[in-house]
Write a protein that binds this ligand. Structure first.
Ligand code: ATP
Length: 228
């Protein structure tokens, strides 16, 4: 039985939110028996500054309509409301200090993000601030070894498990990185933007909820994007 509160934060650009993101939220929440799953749209993801990102308001609006009917899925505007240049490490410090000791904090990311973790600002410190949930993504291997990193964290491989995990291994000084394959969806925001740009309605309908498809048509998002 679970005694402690569990909150997960899922950071990303969400330009736009797509069925892959939503599937992660809907499957990870019961698997880890989360009390709340928070999407955390970045003002502009630091590693994506070179590309043009839709306005925060559009990205927020699409997240809001996509999660409206899920009581445990919510959005944190924390990073959208700060000056730019907020890094995940700063955000986790703030969340950690605001949540009581009786709350376990999780940070969710895809396998493609995890393999780049050492490029994140203050990544060693970052790993001490939360548990991590790494979700498999087609085309990306999830290394479960120590990644050659000279830092201590424990990889808890829960691949193959689809039922609620119940009590989790006790937390030690080392961070815990849970690897789950409860979701394996081949959807990306890049594919959504391309489908929108090329006016492929049917494909769009398979990549995002229909409300999001309607929204991005209505506001003509990605019409002029020229991604290859
Ligand atoms: P883009 O195509 O623009 O790079 P994206 O689809 O990766 O976007 P982001 O908003 O950048 O979407 O992703 C936020 C987080 O969600 C990242 O940690 C990313 O690894 C993860 N993620 C996105 N789509 C998937 C997916 N289909 N499976 C697993 N993880 C995913």
């Amino acid at each position: 039985m679970k005694q402690r509160q569990r909150i997960a934060i899922y950071g990303g650009t969400f330009d736009p939110v797509h069925n892959g993101h939503l599937e992660i939220a809907r499957r990870v929440t019961p698997l880890f028996e989360l009390d709340e799953f928070l999407f955390l749209p970045a003002l502009v993801a630091p590693h994506k500054q070179a590309s043009r990102v839709s306005s925060s308001l559009h990205r927020y609006a699409m997240l809001a309509i996509a999660t409206m009917r899920d009581p445990r899925l919510a959005i944190s505007t924390f990073e959208l409301e700060r000056p730019s240049g907020q890094y995940t490490v700063d955000t986790l410090v703030r969340f950690r200090s605001q949540l009581g000791e009786s709350t376990d904090l999780f940070f969710v990311m895809g396998a493609d993000s995890w393999v780049e973790i050492t490029t994140w600002r203050e990544w060693r410190r970052l790993l001490t601030l939360a548990n991590f949930i790494v979700v498999t993504r087609p085309g990306y291997e999830v290394p479960t070894g120590d990644l050659g990193l000279e830092t201590s964290f424990t990889v808890v491989d829960v691949r193959g498990q689809t039922e609620p995990l119940g009590s989790l291994p006790p937390s030690t000084e080392a961070a815990r990185v849970f690897v789950t394959d409860v979701v394996l969806t081949d959807v990306s925001a890049t594919a959504v933007r391309r489908a929108a740009h090329e006016g492929r309605r049917e494909e769009l309908g398979q990549l995002v909820p229909y409300e999001v498809a309607d929204y991005l048509r209505k506001y003509k998002l990605y019409r002029n994007s020229h991604e290859t």
